[in-house]
Each structure stands twice: as structure tokens, then as C-alpha cells.
Design a binder for this molecule. Structure first.
Ligand code: UDX
Length: 440
């Protein structure tokens, strides 16, 4: 099938590359000509395991092309995906300017009998706004009779596992109000269903709300576990035992129950905000979600609080920070808990030596420059001259770290493990003062 993907960001590139890989003829459009030049020359503007190879393979095969030319791109696809950013506006609501400008571009060049599929995360009712914007552009060029429909097809992929998530989805949510659009999109997704039906059909508004509901539920689940972990600290219980004890109930399930130093990323914080805003707007405040968000803000401060409880005044201390990305296997720093951790350490007049295998460059761009903030080239180098260590992201390379090395390197022998990756008994037996989240 002929597919156009508008927006060559994270979701757009993964969608385009995966759809090309199953044999579709895909054109990816972006208004950023530098990004298109980079993609055309075999580069990829973001880090995602396997994505570069997938893009290069399909580009070589001629199934995946990149362009900044809206007219030819819109003419190409029978299916036109909108996968542009919806950053939070000042009030937390999703900013739809990129979505609506993509819709305007589509209307300006639509050839007819095309299905517009919205993959960006957008508030309920956006499909109607897109339809109106396309219609207005068509009317303006005297082409009001051309047939099109607008569908919602939210994306649930996780960073670091995006290709696997796309290729083997748990479910494919398709929201639409016209049968012909549903049929075309179902045909596109047929290769991803194999022997297991994955498509869940619904109306566009329910599909739009489903995306927010999924992320808000997951964020709430994490915040609940984080609060429970703080309570476990107080009552001398072990959140790991509690997690296993409740996770074995299939109604609760084992995934996404890990206490830590707060959730971050490009989706949860933004989508929680946007859903809170939608609730306010419609006179149905989402109280549980508001509490989940507040708990997350608190959780990002817990590591430094624990460190200060242990060490007293942090002024003049040098703190090693392991992990900056909001989770492993990504260089994404958006809303990463490490931003709060590092800023809080600096605010308390400590010096910070941070290490992350791939996100350090992005972190350096976002964190305010300070002569008390340095980036180390390796985990070991971050420990040199440090008084204590904070573990903020659970990169695999930190998991089997030598405890003896930590004891030898850290002047105060203090480790605060924000992701519970070390074994408390072993750490203490080695001679560390080991603090973690919800484990005695
Ligand atoms: C999330 C959703 O999982 C995905 O379906 C949606 O499309 C986009 O948002 P992503 O942001 O890539 O994906 O990351 P995810 O792996 O879900 O983790 C989000 C945050 O939650 C991370 O900061 C992670 O550290 C934290 N987390 C996750 C926990 O603290 N505990 C857990 O048990 C799971």
C-alpha cells in the first residue's frame, strides 16, 4: 500500500520504517529540511535500538523515502499518517498547532479517496478539528468534493522497545466513523496480526481517550507503588515482597509495579497534564490523577532527601550520579527525574559528576551550566573523588558493579539506589551505607 507519514520524529520514523519493512511503499515527510537531508544520507536524528538499520535497509530497498515536499508526499499516500509533536502548552493542554498545520497541508494537496490517520497523542475531539481544517483547505482550492476520512490510531510504543512494540503489538486501536477508512487501515495492519487478532475498533473519540487512559493508568500505578515504597521505608517492610505478593493476582499483574525515583519521559508527564486539563475543561476533575502527578513530583526529590538525611549538609560534597536518561536504552532526557536530582544537588551546593552511556550530551544541553557539574566518560571515572553515589537510571552496566570498587572509591561509602538494582544485604556486607526505595 502507498503510505505517507507526516512528521519524521520518534513515532513517525518508527511507523514509517516498520510499515516499509512489511512491504509498503512509504514516504516520510518533514518540514525540517536538515532532518530530511540527514535521513537521506543514512543518518537518524534519534537513538532507538535497531531503528537505523531498519531505516537503511528499507531505504536501500526503495520502500522508504524522505522528503520535505508536502505536495508530492500528500499525493503519494492512500493512507496519510499524522505523527507530529503535541507538546504541552503553558496550561498543560496539548498544543495542536503542528497537527492542525499538517491537516492544512493535507487539505492543500489532497487528491481524494485518502484516509487521514492521526497517530499523534491528541485530546478528545481532535479528529473533528482535523476534518474541519482539511475541509476548509479543500474548499479554499475549490475541491470540496474530494473524498477523505479522518481516523484515530494512537501509538503505544515504548522508547527502547519501539520496533518490537510496533512489530508485535499487544493491540492496535483503530477509531473511525466510516467503514471504508476502517477497512483500509485494517488491511494495512493485517501483517501485524498474524494468527492473533489485535485490532480493536471503536469511534474516534474513544480511541483518542484510550491513549490518555492507558498512560494515565500506568503513571498512577507507578505513583501508587512509589508512595507504598515510602510507607514501606517507614514501617520496615520490603516493597519487593509486596510487589510480588500483589503482582501474582492476575487482576493486578506483574508489570509496571517497580518503585523508583519517579517516572519521566516524553509521554507520561505530558499526557497526565493533558488529561488533567481535559478533566478541568469538562467539569470532571481527575482527582486520582492529580494525586499521582503530585506524588511523582515528590518522588523525584526522594533520593537527595535520603542522601541529606544520611550525610547532613551536602555543601562541598562531590556526588557521583549514575544514569541521566529517563530510563535505560534511550538518550531521551525529557522530564527525566535526573534533572530534578542534579538541580537539587547543585542547589544544596554539592558538586556533581554525572555519567550516562548515551544521554550525557542531551543532559548537558538541558541542565543549567555550572562549574560544579561535570560529566564523566565512564561509570568508574564518575566515582573518582566522589563522596557518595546516586543511581538514577537502571542501565544494565550498573547492575553487576563491583561493590568492593564502590567501597574503595566513595569517600563516605554512601550509595543511594533510586532503582533498587543492587542487593541490600550484599551492599551492606561489603561495607557500604546503602539506601534504596522501600527495602529495609
Ligand atoms: C510510555 C508507555 O509505556 C507507552 O505505552 C506510551 O506509548 C509512551 O509512554 P515510555 O515513555 O517509552 O512509554 O517509557 P516506559 O517504559 O513506559 O517508562 C516510563 C517511565 O516510568 C520511566 O521513567 C520509567 O523509569 C518509569 N517506570 C516504569 C517506573 O518507575 N516503574 C515501573 O514499574 C515502570
Amino acid at each position: 500500500m502507498k503510505v505517507t507519514v507526516i512528521g519524521s520524529g520518534y513515532v513517525g520514523l518508527v511507523t514509517g520504517a516498520c510499515l516499509a519493512d512489511v512491504g509498503n511503499d512509504v514516504v516520510c515527510l518533514d518540514i525540517d529540511t536538515r532532518k530530511i537531508e540527514l535521513l537521506e544520507s543514512g543518518g537518524v536524528p534519534i537513538y532507538e535500538p535497531g531503528l537505523k538499520e531498519l531505516i537503511q535497509r528499507n531505504a536501500r530497498a526503495g520502500r522508504l523515502r524522505f522528503t520535505a515536499d508536502t505536495a508530492s508526499a500528500v499525493a503519494h499516500g492512500d493512507l496519510l499518517f499524522i505523527a507530529v509533536g503535541t507538546p504541552p502548552g503553558e496550561d498543560g493542554s496539548a498544543d495542536l498547532q503542528h497537527v492542525l498545520s499538517a491537516a492544512g497541508g493535507i487539505g492543500g494537496h489532497l487528491r481524494g479517496d485518502q484516509v487521514i490517520v492521526n497517530k499523534s497523542t491528541v485530546p478528545v475531539g481532535t479528529a473533528d478539528l482535523v476534518r474541519n481544517a482539511v475541509k476548509a483547505a479543500l474548499d479554499a482550492r475549490g475541491a470540496g468534493d474530494l473524498r477523505f476520512c479522518v481516523m484515530s490510531n494512537p501509538e503505544f510504543l515504548k522508547e527502547g522497545a519501539a520496533i518490537e512494540d510496533f512489530m508485535r503489538p499487544d493491540r492496535i486501536v483503530i477509531g473511525g466513523d466510516e467503514r471504508w477508512g476502517m477497512d483500509l487501515l485494517r488491511a494495512l495492519y493485517a501483517p501485524f496480526e498474524r494468527n492473533h487478532p489485535k485490532v480493536i475498533e471503536m469511534d474516534t473519540r474513544s480511541a483518542e481517550l484510550t491513549k490518555y487512559a492507558a498512560n494515565a493508568m500506568l503513571a498512577t500505578r507507578i505513583s501508587f507503588m512509589n508512595e507504598l515504597a515510602l510507607l514501606a521505608d517507614r514501617v520496615n517492610a520490603d516493597i519487593d515482597h509486596v510487589r510480588r505478593g500483589i503482582g501474582s493476582d492476575p487482576r493486578i499483574g506483574t508489570h509496571f509495579l517497580y518503585a523508583g525515583c519517579g517516572y519521566g519521559g516524553s509521554c507520561f508527564p505530558k499526557d497526565v497534564q493533558a488529561l488533567l486539563h481535559t478533566g478541568q475543561q469538562h467539569g470532571e476533575p481527575m482527582r486520582i490523577l492529580a494525586a499521582a502527578e503530585a506524588a511523582n513530583e515528590r518522588q523525584k526529590r526522594v533520593l537527595v532527601e535520603k542522601l541529606a538525611e544520611q550525610c547532613g549538609n551536602l555543601a562541598g560534597l562531590t556526588i557521583a550520579v549514575w544514569g541521566l536518561a529517563f530510563k535505560p536504552d534511550t538518550d531521551d532526557m525529557r522530564a527525566a527525574p535526573s534533572l530534578v536530582v542534579v538541580s537539587e544537588l547543585l542547589a544544596r551546593s554539592a558538586s556533581v559528576v554525572a555519567y550516562d552511556p548515551i544521554a550525557a550530551e542531551n543532559a548537558a544541553r538541558i541542565l543549567p551550566p555550572s562549574e560544579r557539574l561535570r560529566f564523566a566518560a565512564s561509570a568508574d571515572m564518575a566515582l573518582e573523588g566522589a563522596d557518595a553515589l546516586l543511581i538514577v537510571t537502571e542501565w544494565k552496566e550498573f547492575r553487576s558493579t563491583s561493590l568492593e570498587k564502590l567501597v574503595a572509591a566513595l569517600r563516605l561509602r554512601v550509595v543511594v539506589d533510586g532503582r533498587n538494582i543492587l542487593d541490600p544485604r550484599q551492599a551492606r556486607a561489603a561495607g557500604l551505607t546503602y539506601l534504596c526505595i522501600g527495602r529495609p
